[in-house]
Design a protein around this ligand. Structure first.
Ligand code: IPM
Ligand code: MG
Length: 367
């Protein structure tokens, strides 16, 4: 049988640097765990624009549809700020999500014990935190029509449309309920049913799907209250299900509970392919961080943990995913820190590759 295939799209900024470390870890699993992947690499975002004049070449899109999983770094950077909207780096990422139909975006926010002091929130509020945000990723205001900027009475008008079909809400809700069943069986759905019709529909559909998951305790919350509750008492949540835009905002907020945006992985999952694996793309929640690009300062952990999610959700290797997650946990417990994880009392940060070295050593020690 041939090896499972992985398409790596490092993208822009620190995406390329963190992906170097992830590739070393992928190689480790091939050499030490008999888990070899057929890895190919291609361009996305500004890097693709520089070469092809578009943020995602059609050939790359076709490759992404064929492989078992895509691993993406980050896209964007100041160099591309003034490009026409249609060729901005972010359009490459959004095209991948849309055309692969990756409707369920899983964004776990876990606080590692070693970093509990480092959160901007009090230690006891975040210690032991383990929540999962399920963000609908292929619809809503990110993709709704009509959209654009046009003239009305000599004034420019910007338009975007929040639009959800019940089928779109339902399939994401099922993914969220399924996850809740494997966790603490609590699901909180967030919308703005007090001001938006799409929110009323959201609440109705999630309530209907609940009938198939009676063991799960379902609650509903307005998304603004949800943002407040996330920083007030985040441990009240187990799984959160929310739309594309609220999920974007709430997941950045949840990320900071864990100490650094440099820690958070994500999985974007679609329907099962012919081989039974879900269409899937894995990417860190953080962006391309142009301010630290090329300085060896980036924290590769979010991207490493994204590969761990790939092991779990695409390749059915939950044990190996746990091995990798525990290696990261050990490294943090040992006090190894990139610059983003340093408090006032700490002194020397490790470089991006220093963090990679430490994780590889912890993996070796796990054998
Ligand atoms: C994210 C990012 C993207 C989004 C950008 C880069 C298009 O913020 O994945 O959270 O808004 O979805
Ligand atoms: Mg975001």
């Amino acid at each position: 049988m041939s090896n499972p295939s992985l398409l790596i799209l490092p993208g822009d900024g620190i995406g390329a640097e963190v992906m170097v470390e992830v590739r070393r870890i992928i190689d480790w699993f091939g050499a030490k765990r008999d888990l070899a992947f057929d890895v190919s690499e291609d361009l996305v975002g500004g890097a693709a624009y520089d070469k092809h004049g578009v943020p995602l070449h059609d050939d790359t899109m076709a490759k992404a549809q064929e492989v078992d999983a895509v691993l993406l770094g980050a896209v964007g950077g100041p160099k591309y700020d003034n490009l026409d909207f249609s060729v901005k780096p972010e359009r490459g990422l959004l095209r991948l999500r849309k055309e692969m139909d990756l409707f369920a975006n899983l964004r776990p926010a876990q606080c590692f014990d070693a970093l509990a002091d480092f959160s901007s929130l009090k230690t006891d509020i975040v210690a032991g935190l383990d929540i999962m945000i399920v963000r609908e990723l292929t619809s809503g205001v990110y993709f709704g029509e009509p959209r654009g900027i046009h003239m009305e009475d000599n004034l420019r008008v910007g338009v975007n449309t929040q639009r959800y079909t019940e089928a779109e809400i339902e399939r994401g809700a099922r993914a969220a309920f399924e996850l809740a069943m494997k966790r603490d069986k609590r699901l909180c759905s967030m919308e703005k049913a007090n001001v938006m019709e799409s929110g009323i529909l959201w609440r109705d559909v999630v309530t209907e799907v609940h009938a198939d998951y009676p063991e799960v305790e379902l609650s509903h919350m307005y998304a603004d209250n949800g943002a407040m509750q996330l920083v007030r008492a985040p441990k009240q949540f187990d799984v959160i299900y929310t739309d594309n835009l609220f999920g974007d905002i709430l997941s950045d907020c949840a990320a900071m509970l864990t100490g650094s945006l440099g820690m958070l992985p994500s999985a974007s999952l679609g329907a099962p392919m012919a081989n039974g694996r879900p269409k899937a793309m894995y990417e860190p929640v953080h962006g391309s961080a142009p301010d630290i690009t090329g300085q060896g300062k980036a924290n590769p952990i979010a991207c490493v943990l994204s590969f761990a999610m790939a092991l779990r959700y695409s390749f059915d290797k939950g044990d190996e995913a746990t091995r990798l997650e525990q290696a990261v946990e050990k490294v943090l417990a040992d006090g190894v820190r990139t610059g983003d994880l340093l408090g006032d009392e700490d002194t020397t940060p490790v470089s991006t590759s220093g963090m990679g070295d430490a994780i590889l050593a912890a993996l070796d020690a796990s054998l």
